[in-house]
Design a binder for this molecule. Structure first.
Ligand code: NCD
Length: 508
């Protein structure tokens, strides 16, 4: 297919796929389903066609449909798979780090790819750093994303409505922890649809995903707090289970769960009373929770109920994905973006002063003068650059120094030391407008401002405790943040959460 690059590709986030690519996968899955329907015997006769392909199916968390339909898809292709269905019974329970488990499958057993589900956000992205030319397919990374589910959801919507364009789609229930609705929302940003988000208090869609959706699509979402608000006019109602396992494991967390559960129950009466559209389809990624049903059993026999048909699309969607990433459906090879080293970039400034710095307050013969630090940040800058512990040469801070530009400013004079790019970058995160004067022989030799790089590698902390980089998870993953200049924020490469520049915590 012209221009399409799927061979060797990872399927980690719906952010990574364009509209054209999504349509192509959905189309391939639909074709497989139609072939199967027309002639199941012929379809199954291909079961021995790709013995050269082998996949690791590594489920560190429970699953029924996603794992079994992945395995069914791989089997349908006549490929081999092996793996595990939970961390129990594997060395993960002995404390094995994720990187080692992944390397076993790729470097030691030479598998062609990994289908994985893991409780940490960004785990699949991190795993993709260890698979060489193979692919990683994210089958759920904590509460973050579940892209293969989204692809089968789109297959189902298109099957029922013949199109996705122009539909009114409501996502209902636990939109905070439900990863399926996170990926679905990101995918829907590619379509001309009306999105309605209906959640009980406390379980609303994370704000950053709403913002990303609105920025990507140029459309606004509508917020609701009950099923009744939306069920009378939407074309798709996507129900979700309250994700008990994601609530904090504390008495407060359990109380929160008790408050939230069984708030969003869709039943026959509700559909009748609200005169739902004739063409409404009700979806659910399943499982529903029999102790707090999100969709009552009396809905199952109504024509609206599409959740079983939805699950039936799972093997076809996952087979389409596997055929594409393995190159069985030929497309161009995909190149994984490797975040490499970046050369530091500087904004050189004109040198106007001819002052002798050995004679002023800072008495620098050779060294650095950091100027225009916003008043009050001088002490933070000293700590950040570990100059508060610097014993070899004089460091002279100047606080509350009069400034024509800002009224007051802080200055730091450092003798016998020129700052390294990493320190300069740290300083630029803290105070982007600080100017650096390199002093040689008592005169300014160079004057510049540091430009923030495209990526910040291991320089700032990700505050999200569920992120694979968070120290409390002991995976030893250095952070990477993308510099989103236009939004004045940095975005975690792994858990995709943005941090506004002023809230960043710089690593010491
Ligand atoms: C979902 C999941 O695991 O995120 N299930 C699935 O994959 N079909 C939804 C859920 O567990 O509630």
């Amino acid at each position: 297919m012209a221009g399409m690059c799927f061979e060797g590709r990872d399927v980690i986030s719906m952010r990574d796929f364009s509209r054209q690519e999504i349509d192509f996968i959905v189309e391939q899955a639909g074709k497989l389903r139609d072939e199967y329907r027309e002639n199941p015997g012929k379809f199954k006769s291909r079961r021995h066609s790709h013995p050269e392909l082998a996949y690791g199916v590594l489920f560190f968390e429970n699953s029924t449909r996603t794992r079994l339909s992945t395995e069914a898809a791989i089997s349908e292709m006549g490929a081999f798979f092996d793996g595990f269905t939970s961390s129990e019974g594997t060395s993960v329970s002995k404390g094995e780090p994720l990187r080692d488990t992944i390397r076993m499958f790729t470097e030691c057993f030479h598998y062609d790819g990994i289908f994985m589900r893991h409780p940490l956000e960004g785990a699949a992205r991190f795993a993709s750093e260890f698979v060489g030319n193979g692919s990683v397919v994210n089958c759920g990374d904590g509460p973050l994303e579940h892209p293969t589910q989204t692809l089968l959801d789109l297959v189902t919507i298109e099957q029922a409505h013949q199109t996705i364009e122009g539909l009114s789609i409501a996502l209902g229930g636990d939109l905070k922890y439900g990863r399926t609705v996170h990926s679905l929302l990101l995918a829907l940003a590619n379509y001309d649809v009306d999105v309605h988000l209906a959640a009980p208090p406390g379980l609303e869609m994370p704000q950053f995903l709403v913002q990303d959706y609105e920025r990507m699509s140029g459309r606004k979402v509508a917020f609701h707090s009950s099923i009744e608000d939306v069920i009378g006019f939407v074309d798709v109602y996507y129900a979700t289970r309250v994700q008990r396992e994601r609530f904090p494991n504390t008495p407060e967390g359990q109380m929160e769960y008790e408050k939230a559960k069984a708030k969003f129950v869709l039943n026959k009466l509700l559909l009748e009373e609200n005169q739902s559209k004739e063409n409404l389809i009700i979806l659910h990624p399943l499982p529903r929770n029999k102790y707090a049903l999100e969709i009552a059993f009396d809905v199952d026999d109504l024509p609206y109920a599409h959740y079983i048909a939805q699950a039936a699309n799972g093997p076809f969607a996952r087979e389409a994905i596997t055929r594409l990433i393995s190159g069985v459906i030929p497309t161009k090879k995909h190149k994984r973006t490797i975040i490499g080293e970046e050369k530091p970039k500087f904004n050189e400034l004109p040198i106007k002063e001819r002052r002798d710095y050995t004679k002023d307050l800072y008495r620098i013969h050779d060294g650095t003068l950091i100027d225009h630090l916003p008043n009050g940040l001088g002490i933070q800058a000293l700590r950040l650059l570990k100059l508060d512990q610097y014993r070899d040469s004089p460091v002279i801070p100047g606080y509350n120094v009069p400034s024509s530009r800002a009224g007051k400013k802080d200055i730091i004079g450092i003798s016998q030391r020129e700052l390294q790019p990493e320190d300069l970058t740290r300083l630029a995160i803290l105070c982007p407008d600080a100017t650096i004067n390199v002093i040689r022989d008592g005169k300014i030799h160079r004057k510049f401002r540091m430009k923030l790089p495209e990526y910040l590698k291991d320089l700032i902390e990700c505050p999200n405790s569920k992120c694979v980089t968070h120290p409390s998870n002991y995976e030893g993953v250095p952070t990477i943040f993308h510099n989103e200049k236009e939004q004045s924020q940095f975005r975690c490469h792994y858990c995709t959460r943005p941090i506004p520049i002023e809230e960043v915590r710089i690593k010491s």
